[in-house]
Write a protein that binds this ligand. Structure first.
Ligand code: SAM
Length: 217
């Protein structure tokens, strides 16, 4: 078991409680529905990369609903079985049967995803890319780009560099933080041409001190 997988096996319940406490999923839902609505097309095929217990997927489902649209299907993968178990239980509790989940490593998608998991209109990833070794960040972005349909978009949420995050994200949650220019550089080297940084609106503006909401295609 790798570092991130061991961490999230041990701290799955703590992580889920913590993000519920700060309203993370609601913050994602709002920025998705308000700032990224153009990317949320009815009938979209969606993949949640590093889905964990499902915060981004549930935010996305709610954002689509707010816009009066529906995705065609949602697939999700994560490295940690304990997080996927939590996600499955939450889907069951909510009566959602059409989300497919797999255990997979974003750094080895060729060998760990089912062969048909390609051509997505939308790939979303939240608070996962920070767990990769810094030097493999562009490679992971390129491999997610490789899963997109020609007009597809990558939407991601990632911890930013800052004094609070040095303690909260780097020390406590053992993850990397990035600044805007590092993210832009990595996206360009992964082949993305259009890059938009969005801000979280009130009442979720506190999430701007945590991280970036990024759209790339
Ligand atoms: C902070 S949690 C985020 C979970 C979820 N996306 C969310 O927004 O709540 C980080 C997740 O990334 C997953 N992860 C870390 N490294 C990964 C990798 N190489 N491939 C796939 N998932 C990974 C962990 O297992 C964990 O579930």
């Amino acid at each position: 078991m790798t570092g991130a997988s061991a961490l999230y096996s041990k701290r799955a319940a703590l992580y889920v409680r913590l993000i519920r406490l700060i309203g993370y999923q609601k913050g994602l839902e709002r920025v998705l529905a308000v700032k990224m609505s153009e990317a949320l097309k009815g009938g979209a095929r969606v993949m949640d990369a590093g889905c964990g217990a499902g915060a981004a997927t549930f935010a996305l489902i709610a954002a689509f609903r707010r816009l009066g649209r529906r995705p065609a299907r949602i697939d999700g993968f994560d490295l940690t079985p304990a997080m996927l178990d939590r996600f499955r239980k939450k889907l069951d509790r909510n009566g959602i049967a059409d989300v497919r989940l797999r255990q997979a490593d974003v750094l080895d998608l060729e060998n760990s995803l089912p062969p048909g998991w390609l051509n997505y209109d939308l790939v979303i990833t939240s608070a996962m890319l920070e767990y990769l070794p810094r030097e493999r960040f562009p490679e992971a972005l390129a491999s997610l780009r490789g899963r997109l349909a020609p007009e597809g978009r990558l939407l991601f949420f990632i911890s930013r560099k800052g004094r609070f995050n040095r303690w909260a994200i780097e020390r406590w949650w053992h993850a990397n933080c990035y600044d805007q220019s590092e993210i832009e550089r990595a996206l360009r080297s992964a082949g993305f041409g259009i890059i938009n940084f969005h801000r979280f609106d009130a009442p979720y503006t506190f999430l701007n001190s945590w991280g970036y909401a990024v759209e790339a295609y």
